[in-house]
Design a protein. Structure first.
Length: 331
């Protein structure tokens, strides 16, 4: 049975971590005030190689990214969100989070061809946010900063980012927002819970699991098929679930693959990623490829359609994805 690549926190270690973080005056990424006196601001964080200073805890937030929603919820600040931009799938969030989100205005649910939320900068500015989380073709870092609005982005989405995605990125995500909102105890508790969920998923994997697998994003209705390599969180999840990624050799997050290459590598398990289509449609996008009927995963009914956000970028949502993958293939 595989083990988690990140040390799982014991109760003693978790207490020690809370004490260490609470007593830390500064780090290479942040500059804190004295938490003991409650004077946490101003605080400066580094995001996408930019230093951003917050004079106070943000009170009006516009969110463009799904993966930050459970983080804000865990920190107890989701209700400060004054607008959502993009498509936020209920499947990603627990009932309490969904209830909070139901009270938040959706400014736009339109998605551009490259996946970002479509909305004008003026419509975002009209919400008078003091923090925007996520960017798009129209909502850019430079455009927001020019209006005096702080902006944070997932590190994986930073321009030019080539970093390999791992579980450590979840720690980084919580640390960033714990610093911004001065909610360190809540972040530590959430990370302990995530470690426990990872342990629970891994415990279901039998000793000797050695199947090969692939995570693919096929184009619905025909077109390119993309496979996820060792630079992606998708690869990390496959390894955690006990599988060997047949496309682990490319260091990139993803790369286009041909039907011939897929047949040559012939993974025993295939996870089919999509952005909100039906299971039947996404399976058809694979099985309609030339020769796909010869794939072991097809012959053995080892296909698993899964919403893309359950696998990337690294967040609490991807741990839900890990649980779903393990439960599907360890039945």
């Amino acid at each position: 049975m595989p083990s988690s690549p990140r040390p799982i926190l014991t109760t003693i270690a978790a207490v020690a971590l809370v004490a260490a973080l609470s007593g830390c005056a500064s780090s290479p990424e942040t500059e804190h005030g004295d938490h003991a006196s409650g004077d946490a601001y101003p605080v400066t964080v580094t995001n996408c190689s930019n230093e951003i200073t917050f004079d106070q805890s943000p009170e009006r937030i516009v969110v463009l990214r799904n993966e930050v929603i459970p983080v804000l919820s865990s920190l107890g600040v989701l209700d400060r969100t004054v607008g959502l931009v993009g498509r936020f799938h209920d499947a990603y969030f627990d009932q309490q989070t969904q209830t909070t989100m139901s009270e938040i205005p959706v400014l736009s649910d339109e998605i551009s061809q490259v996946g970002g939320g479509e909305i004008s900068l003026e419509d975002v500015i009209a919400q008078e946010p003091d923090l925007v989380i996520g960017t798009s073709e129209t909502i850019t870092r430079d455009g927001l900063l020019a209006q005096g609005i702080n902006v944070l982005e997932n590190e994986e989405s930073c321009a030019g980012s080539q970093a390999t995605s791992t579980l450590d990125d979840i720690d980084t995500l919580f640390t960033l927002y714990a610093d911004v909102f001065d909610r360190h105890d809540e972040a530590d508790a959430a990370l302990v819970d995530i470690d426990q969920r990872i342990d629970a998923a891994i415990a279901q994997i039998p000793d000797g699991e050695n199947r090969t697998a692939a995570m693919l994003y096929p184009t619905i209705g025909g077109g390119a098929t993309y496979a996820y390599g060792s630079g992606s969180m998708n690869h990390t999840l496959l390894e955690l679930a006990g599988f060997t990624n047949v496309f682990a050799d490319p260091p990139d997050r993803n790369a286009e693959v041909t039907a011939e290459e897929l047949l040559a590598r012939d993974p025993e398990v295939i996870i089919l990623l999509h952005s909100g289509t039906t299971d039947e449609e996404v399976e058809e996008s694979l099985t309609s490829l030339p020769g796909a009927g010869e794939l072991n995963a097809v012959k053995n009914d080892a296909l698993f359609p899964l919403l893309f956000g359950f696998t990337s970028p690294a967040s609490p949502i991807t741990i839900d994805g890990l649980t779903q993958i393990v439960e599907r293939f360890q039945e």
